[in-house]
Each structure stands twice: as C-alpha cells, then as structure tokens.
Design a protein around this ligand. Structure first.
Ligand code: ATP
Ligand code: MG
Length: 299
C-alpha cells in the first residue's frame, strides 16, 4: 500500500522527457533508484515516490489528484486541458515552473509541392494529428474549416499514404519532416517541459518539501543558464569592458600581484560569452579570459 504522506511525482517512463527529468531530480539531491521495469520508485533520502508512466497519462493523474506533481510537455498538458473542457469538465492544476528542456513546436506541415499562403490554404482540408484540440483551437481562430484525422503515431507518413492533405505534429529540428517530403508552413504552439501541481489541500510537510524542491530546481536551472567568467583587465578600461559583459553589474575586482595597471575581474553571467564578445574584450586589452560552467547556485 502506498504511503499518502509521501510526495508523489509523475514523470515519463521512457521517451524524450525521461532522461532530463531524472537528471533534474538527481541534481536536486533526490536519490532515486530507477530500476528499469518498476512503475514506482522510492527516493532514499526524502519522502518522495516517483511514478513512471506514459507522458499522455501525466496531466490526467495531476488533474485527478492521483499524484501531487508531474513533469510534462506543455503540448500534452494543454491538449488534455482542452479535451477535458470539451467534455464539460473544469480541470484544475497549478503550474509551478517552466523547465529548461523538452523544447519543441507544434507545427502544420505540407508536402513540398503543395501551395501555402497562410492558414486559408487549409480551407476544407484533411489534417492528420495527435493534437486535435490544439489544432482546432488554432484553426477556429483563423476561421478555417477542416477535418482532423486522429493518428497517435507516424503522423508524418499520412500525406504520402493518402490519409491527409497536411499534418500537425511536433517538430524540433525538422529532419523528420524533410525525410518525409514535408515542409513546415506554420507554428501553432511552442512547448517546453513544465512542472505542475495538483489543485487542492496539501499538508504542511508536503508543501515544505515542494518549496524546497522548487528552490533547488531554481538553483539547478539558473546554474545551467549561467557561467562564471574570469578575466584580467586594464584598470583604465573597466567601464568599457563591463559594458560588454552580459549581466555584469557588479563584478568582483581583485588586485593582481606585481601589476598595478591591471585587475582580475570575476563575475557570474546569466549568459555564456560568445566568441565575438571575447574578441572584443581582447581588443580592449583583456586577457586570460575564462568561461566556466557553474554546478549549483543559491541566491
Ligand atoms: P510515451 O511513450 O510516454 O507516450 P511519446 O512517444 O508520446 O512517449 P516522446 O516522443 O517521448 O512522447 O515525447 C515526449 C515529449 O517530449 C513531447 O510531448 C514533447 O513535449 C517533447 N518533445 C521535445 N522534442 C520533441 C520532438 N522533436 N518530437 C516530439 N516530442 C518532443
Ligand atoms: Mg505519449
């Protein structure tokens, strides 16, 4: 029997979100033994149980209050929301944090030789998709009448198989579309993975644990997006150098032994330094420029 006092989190068992979800938990200090076949994994060092399921099931598990938290692509979440609303339900959940992985877009694609001059070109067409509600919302806004053909996989072969005129599917690089003789003509939704919480009462213990996890996630994500930058700079060009550095309002300045004209500058930047910026810094007299990854941070 499961212990309801432990925080339950649903994540994708295997697929595009599972490795990064697992990595995020690990970086937050949650030790989980994820044996391949088990549906439920227990954290060893925190009162957390991880439920590993198909991604399509995660929004429903959160909306029905079966799990406390879930990591899910916004595309699947939004589709489930629209689908439940269409059935007269009023599903509830809370978005805790957009995550920094799982980026993709839901796009309309057509055969290379088909003409496309905006959504009106789709008037009365058949469109194959696994996301009928997101597609309908978009085309209703554009006042386009269409028929959707629901496919849960291999959507990209539908036009060639004569099942549809166009498709509406997830794209990240576009390579799959290209391999199937299709071209992306319109982006209807941009998605990332997100952390959601069920609606309703949460015990103080669970709420504290959620807050702690959120702070840690914030630290992990911020650290991944940040860089530690060190360089040596001529003291008389500091203003110009600082102006070139992203987010460098208050760098630390340290004296350099035996050199009165130069200082060492250390700073955390919210972005990485591009080669172009490094070349400009060098042209201003900076040297020994180092850009280092940050493992963790807490503000
Ligand atoms: P499951 O077996 O869990 O149902 P699935 O095959 O439905 O898995 P995946 O292909 O693993 O799903 O994708 C999961 C999520 O990853 C997508 O819903 C989307 O949010 C995100 N994603 C990121 N990039 C892509 C991409 N190029 N194609 C599809 N999904 C992507
Ligand atoms: Mg799925």
């Amino acid at each position: 029997m499961l212990d309801r006092t432990r925080l339950r989190i649903a994540m994708q068992k295997s697929g595009r979100l599972s490795d990064e979800s697992r990595e995020l938990f690990a970086r937050c200090g949650i030790k989980i033994n994820l044996q391949e076949q088990r549906l439920i994994a227990f954290a060893e060092n925190m009162p957390i149980d991880i439920l590993r399921v198909r991604d399509d099931d995660i929004p429903g598990l959160v909306m029905d209050g079966v799990v406390d938290l879930g990591i899910i692509g916004e595309n699947v979440l939004e589709e489930e929301l629209l689908s439940r609303r269409a059935q007269g339900e009023d599903p509830r959940y809370i978005t805790l944090r957009r995550l920094d992985f799982g980026g993709c877009r839901l796009s309309i694609a057509m055969p290379l030789d088909a003409e496309y001059q905006g959504p009106q070109s789709l008037q009365n067409s058949r469109i194959a998709t696994s996301y009928p509600h997101l597609l309908k919302r978009y085309l209703d806004e554009q006042k386009v009448r269409f028929k959707s053909c629901l496919l849960n996989g291999s959507v990209e072969v539908a036009p060639r198989a004569g099942l549809s005129d166009a498709i509406c599917d997830l794209v990240s690089t576009g390579a799959t579309l290209e391999a199937n003789g299709l071209r992306e003509v319109d982006v209807i939704y941009r998605s990332k993975a997100t952390l959601i919480q069920r609606d309703g009462e949460m015990s103080d213990e669970k709420q504290q644990l959620i807050n702690k996890m959120l702070t840690r996630m914030q630290g992990v994500i911020q650290a991944r997006e940040s860089k530690y930058i060190m360089l040596h700079a001529p003291s008389d060009r500091l203003d110009e150098i600082i102006a070139l550095l992203p987010g460098a309002e208050r760098p630390t300045l340290l004296p350099l032994a035996g050199d009165k004209n130069r200082v060492a500058m250390h700073m955390v930047s919210s972005e990485t330094l591009f080669w172009e910026t490094m070349e400009q810094l060098k042209a201003l007299g900076a040297s020994s420029i180092l850009v280092l990854p940050i493992e963790k941070m807490m503000e």
